[in-house]
Design a protein. Structure first.
Length: 307
């Protein structure tokens, strides 16, 4: 078994530089991110289809492209994506989040694990591993990972609701990592307490200190969901300006953070329908939305193509 795990770890090194992409399952669970970066390291996971499933997680030192450390878990686990652009956000304070692949849809149970990367998980043939290197959670229902607080004490999850096999909406829930229990109430914007979240997560960016997680959602309406992972509160910012643009590829929208962290910037990778540059800027303090001059003047998104 040790030779097999070593071979898997070597294969992971070859795959570690592959571009990230989420594998959406169509049921509100985004699937896997190819890797997660915490400079100067990159974390990757691989679960080969074997009779006895095992997952190898390794840490790549990007400075010399070597395997710095690796761990294994029994079963099939993956690094969760938090948006369709492949964004991965499951790392804080040396703790790495993994989740299981559902065996059925919609899933009746959801599994999560937190790996303490500061502890080396030794091979069973060479010694006993620390009991606290991996913490596992199992929740009844369809849950997907959303965010982790900076001290890794609270994990935020997307709880999906289904009508038969059709996704009907979702809510954000907080899980206390020390007890493994969900906090009693969902996290909602207090200004919209009765409005159920709907739409698909397109892109994610975090604040400079990792406290806030900003997610762009698109669907019937486009909005920014801002989650304070320290205080457990949320703010929803409606972005009808993007809906009025009539973008043919809303899933090409992306988020970035200004250099000083005071604004979340929205832009599009599809420059056929939108100009190359910032479409909207959302103030991270007031959550006011700032529009570019051409939008304020009522010009079409592709007006520059006339020149």
């Amino acid at each position: 078994m040790r030779k097999g795990l070593t071979a898997i770890a070597t294969l992971l090194l070859a795959l570690a530089l592959a571009p990230a992409a989420a594998r959406a399952d169509g049921f509100g669970l985004l699937g896997a991110a190819h890797y997660l970066e915490d400079p100067p390291y990159r974390y990757v996971a691989l679960s080969p289809h074997t009779r006895h499933p095992v997952t190898v997680v390794e840490r790549i030192d990007l400075r010399d492209a070597t395997i710095d450390r690796w761990w294994y878990l029994r079963g099939s686990w993956y690094l969760p994506a938090v948006a369709s652009d492949g964004s991965a956000a499951g790392f804080a304070d040396g703790k790495l989040v993994l989740t299981t692949s559902p065996r059925r849809y919609p899933p009746k149970w959801s599994g999560f694990a937190i790996l303490d990367t500061q502890l080396f998980l030794r091979h069973p043939q060479t010694g006993n591993a620390p009991d606290h290197a991996i913490t596992r959670f199992s929740l009844r229902g369809a849950y997907g990972f959303d965010a982790l607080s900076p001290d890794a004490s609270t994990m935020y999850l997307i709880h999906n609701f289904y009508g038969g096999r059709r996704r009907g909406g979702y809510e954000v829930r907080a899980l206390d990592v020390s007890s493994g229990r969900l906090l009693p109430h969902p996290i909602v914007d207090p200004s919209e307490p009765d409005e159920r979240m709907q739409g698909s997560a397109v892109s994610r960016v975090a604040g400079l200190d990792g406290r806030w997680a900003y997610t762009l959602y698109t669907g019937k309406e486009t909005f920014l969901h801002a989650l304070d992972t320290v205080r457990g509160r949320a703010v929803c910012v409606d972005l009808p300006q993007l809906d009025h643009l009539g973008l043919r590829e809303p899933f090409q929208l992306r988020l970035s953070l200004s250099a000083d962290g005071t604004e979340v910037l929205v832009h599009s990778r599809d420059t056929k329908d939108a100009p190359d540059g910032t479409l909207l800027a959302i103030d991270t303090g007031s959550f006011d939305v700032h529009e570019p001059v051409w939008m304020l003047l009522g010009l079409p998104a592709n007006f520059l193509r006339a020149f």
